[in-house]
Design a protein around this ligand. Sequence first.
Ligand SMILES: Cc1cc2nc3c(=O)[nH]c(=O)nc-3n(C[C@H](O)[C@H](O)[C@H](O)COP(=O)(O)OP(=O)(O)OC[C@H]3O[C@@H](n4cnc5c(N)ncnc54)[C@H](O)[C@@H]3O)c2cc1C
Length: 221
Amino acid sequence: MTEKVYEVAVNGGGVCGTALLYMLAEYTDIDDIILIEKYDALAKVNSNGRNNSQTLHCGDIETNYGLEKATKVKNAAVMVVNYTEALDTREHVIYKFQKVVIGVGQKECDQLRERLNNFKTVFTSLQLLEKEQVAEIEPNVVLINGEIRPEPCIALAVLDEYSAVDFNRLAEFFAQQAQTVDDKNIQIQLGSHVDKIEERDGVFSIETAQGAIKAKAAVSQ
Ligand SMILES: Cc1cc2nc3c(=O)[nH]c(=O)nc-3n(C[C@H](O)[C@H](O)[C@H](O)COP(=O)(O)OP(=O)(O)OC[C@H]3O[C@@H](n4cnc5c(N)ncnc54)[C@H](O)[C@@H]3O)c2cc1C
């Protein structure tokens, strides 16, 4: 009997592994893929809803990103938003929350005003809030004993966009949808720790507790 050799083995079923599985299943002609996950369910480590901050980073309020990086990050974030649009239960995967970056003191306020000027053509929803408006949204930052704090204080805000993601649910949808692509063999092997990967003559041998799996390509998360 000929030994089964998958085209691709994806090791690790977090949001990255399942996203790769979905991309390969849906958008390439690779039709024989296995995803191997050591736990009995997907996305139970970093991608678990309780293990990260669930922020959909899109570059606008991340003040450590310049415009070039922010634009790249935004393009990727938009793909996540667009992907969830077609889901019946989108409201369980992606959420709208207001997000703000607050500047306190003249230097930070100047930096935020400059950032808005540089970013507004790419991030059209980004808006500037003056101190009184910030007080309405984040009173604990601006009010001290009921009085507005004396220093200059402004915020850059996005008030009505998808900004939070349950990466665990997203991973589950990626996996589920990958498995429904017609005429493809998409396997998910849970409870299967990858112990060792060895390559010989262009074939990877992936040792797991449930036996060896062979694949022409192996990707580890
Ligand atoms: C505190 C914190 C907050 C964060 N906040 C954010 C945020 O707000 N926004 C954001 O975008 N990102 C955030 N991140 C980062 C984000 O959580 C990770 O980038 C993302 O979840 C990584 O996904 P992954 O699939 O690579 O890893 P994981 O989700 O960890 O998936 C890896 C998978 O591989 C499996 N695995 C590992 N070893 C083996 C093996 N030998 N055999 C088989 N399976 C194996 C694991 O069980 C796991 O399921 C945060 C991270 C942390 C820690």
